[in-house]
Design a protein around this ligand. Sequence first.
Ligand SMILES: NC(=O)c1ccc[n+]([C@@H]2O[C@H](COP(=O)([O-])OP(=O)(O)OC[C@H]3O[C@@H](n4cnc5c(N)ncnc54)[C@H](O)[C@@H]3O)[C@@H](O)[C@H]2O)c1
Length: 266
Amino acid sequence: MRQLENLNAFVTGAGSGIGRAIALQLAERGARVWVSDRSISLAEAVTKEISENGFQALSAELDVTRAKDVLSMADRVFETDGRLDILVANAGVSSMNHFLDLSEEEWDFNFNVNSKGTFLTIQSFARLMVAQDFLPGRQIRGKIIATASMAARAAAPLLAHYSASKFAVVGLIQAVAKELAKHRVTVNAVNPGFVQTSMQEREIAWEAGLRGIKGCEVINEYLSATPLGRLEQPQDVGLVVAFLASPDSDFMTGEALEVNGGAWIS
Ligand SMILES: NC(=O)c1ccc[n+]([C@@H]2O[C@H](COP(=O)([O-])OP(=O)(O)OC[C@H]3O[C@@H](n4cnc5c(N)ncnc54)[C@H](O)[C@@H]3O)[C@@H](O)[C@H]2O)c1
């Protein structure tokens, strides 16, 4: 039997990049995955891909910054499936600027999606997860995983607002892990590094512009800052999230796992 057979999962920001890879990994292991994204067309494309691979998924349109929508989505999942076994709060955005030029709009944009969106997602689903039965044969009721960032461990120039919004995610998951432990719901995070996604493409262009260097020079700096010597792939993160979603990590909570080829220590 596959490790996540008969379980369901809900992933935010699953229409591209890391969220897509997480959804694919969870589905491959047997979970029925709700692929949610602010863009329904992106979510539907990933759902189609999962179905064509022979696994189970369904699409949902969800902007994680809209509190009412997140609450009603949690209700919809529980009305449909009766429970939620694995929640992945992955949706996130970034922008880049010199700290002295940073605008209030940029600060709010990053905090609204990365910090508030993660809070709304976890709270809306957790209030229902704490009341569900234990997973069959296990001592927990469900698992929550957030996508934070290496920038939540070691802040980087041009990313003060993004780093702060991701440090907030790690603070949040630690506090929530303590509060939900008595309900036997675990709460962990992953800290990806330089992952090849559309977010990274945008960041390379911004950083090159802000520093007056070429995009290929930015990429070379990413590579030399990564001891394992290659750019991270979305699947690298998906595989670790699959571990945090599996029974193998049932005694872990409050942990933010570094998944960045050692970049955070360099
Ligand atoms: N790419 C990296 O190098 C990197 C590194 C560390 C952490 N992360 C984090 O990983 C997560 C995914 O990033 P990615 O690189 O895959 O980005 P991406 O831009 O490729 O994909 C993000 C997805 O989230 C969706 N999204 C954006 N705002 C949303 C909202 N308000 N509600 C719902 N969905 C929304 C987008 O439509 C998109 O499908 C983010 O939390 C990001 O901060 C990325």
